[in-house]
Design a binder for this molecule. Structure first.
Ligand SMILES: [Zn+2]
Length: 354
């Protein structure tokens, strides 16, 4: 076949471009494959109190030295805001202000659920044999965050966080004690309306979708408000308590870094195959509803909390490596003080968070 001179030039040029492009793709593949994977966003949750400004500086510096680039200090955030924000800037670590649910009404369960046993996993996914038999019983049930007063209260927290100069806001405990919904009078009224508006939907399915949509609406209202005041404010969350109708629903929420449990705190520790499966879903579906959302895997590590003696260094290493291999870009580890009390755990995380 005869090819004219100009066409030869075009073909030669195309081959050159294609070969450059494919070598670029190859190097991207290498970067994202195997052990070369890295977390880009790494947050430590620190819940224990401090007694002085020096202790705050020490704790944030220790988190940074381990490899974290973000931190949330819910137990001390209100009182020590100025110090936290100032040390965060000095150490180049993002600081998040945690918003908790507030409202005048406690969550209500379905009548038969008051007789169920307490969940051994404390808000985490109940053991398979316990599903339907336990709820997350507390001395006082969680507040019903669906009410308008809860949104207003969260917006006040947002105002405070922005005024103080926090990098972002974090959501915690916005879920249901009974793992599926609140049955207080106002929720029941709204649920009835939802069922009427979805006549073809199975009743149980409609019940679950209503509960899920309540959480999504709450986040959407609070985050829209936060971004309207400061478009640069970052947002994260930890999905808790577990929502059994749709465990990994977090990607429906308009958060920048969505923390979903990939390895819970308590024994029996999760099977590595389960950690792998959840991690793969977290990364695969991270931007399904919000294109800029990054999926974050939450890993629990407690020592001397609720009877938990602490995972072994090898166990924690296996968990974090499994998450990393799945390609998850963000990691959320709680709890920092427990980590800091174990030199071998610190070393594992220093290697894994590099
Ligand atoms: Zn309610």
């Amino acid at each position: 076949m005869h090819i004219s001179e100009p066409y030869k030039l075009i073909i030669l040029f195309s081959v050159l471009i294609l070969s450059c492009f494919s070598s670029e793709l190859l190097s991207m593949n290498k970067k994202s494959g195997g052990t070369s994977r890295k977390f880009i966003w790494k947050i430590a949750w620190s819940t224990r109190p401090v007694k002085s400004k020096d202790e705050i500086k020490q704790r944030i510096s220790q988190a940074k030295a381990i490899g974290f680039n973000a931190i949330a200090l819910p137990g001390i955030q209100k009182r020590w805001s100025d110090e936290i924000v100032s040390v965060g800037k000095e150490k180049h670590i993002e600081v998040y202000y945690v918003i908790f649910p507030h409202s005048g009404v406690s969550q209500k369960y379905e009548p038969h659920e008051y007789n169920l046993l307490p969940n051994s996993q404390h808000g985490g996914e109940p053991l398979p044999e316990d599903i339907g038999k336990v709820i997350d019983k507390k001395p006082k049930p969680f507040p019903c965050f669906i009410r308008e007063e809860a949104v207003l209260s969260a917006q006040k927290d947002v105002d405070f966080a922005i005024k103080k100069g926090y990098t972002g806001i974090a959501f915690d405990l916005f879920g249901y004690d009974n793992f599926h919904g609140c049955y207080c009078a106002s929720c029941n009224k709204a649920r009835k309306k939802y069922l009427q508006e979805h006549p073809g939907m199975d009743k149980k399915e409609a019940d679950h979708r209503f509960s899920e949509e309540c959480i999504i609406k709450f986040y959407t209202k609070v985050i829209s408000y936060a971004k309207s005041i400061n478009p640069e404010i970052k947002t994260t969350c930890h999905i808790y308590p577990a929502f059994l109708p749709n465990i990994l629903y977090g990607n429906h929420l308009p958060v920048d870094y969505c923390g979903q449990t990939a390895a819970w705190f308590f024994k029996p520790y999760w099977d590595l195959n389960k950690i792998k499966k959840y991690s793969e879903i977290i990364v695969k579906n991270e931007a399904a509803y919000h294109s800029n959302s990054i999926g974050v895997a939450m890993v629990g590590f407690y020592k001397n909390v609720w009877g938990e003696t602490g995972k072994s260094p090898q166990r924690l290493k296996n968990e974090v490596e499994t998450i990393k291999k799945a390609g998850v870009k963000g990691i959320m580890i709680s709890e920092l003080s427990s980590i800091l009390s174990c030199p071998e755990i610190i070393q594992v995380l220093k290697n894994e968070l590099k």
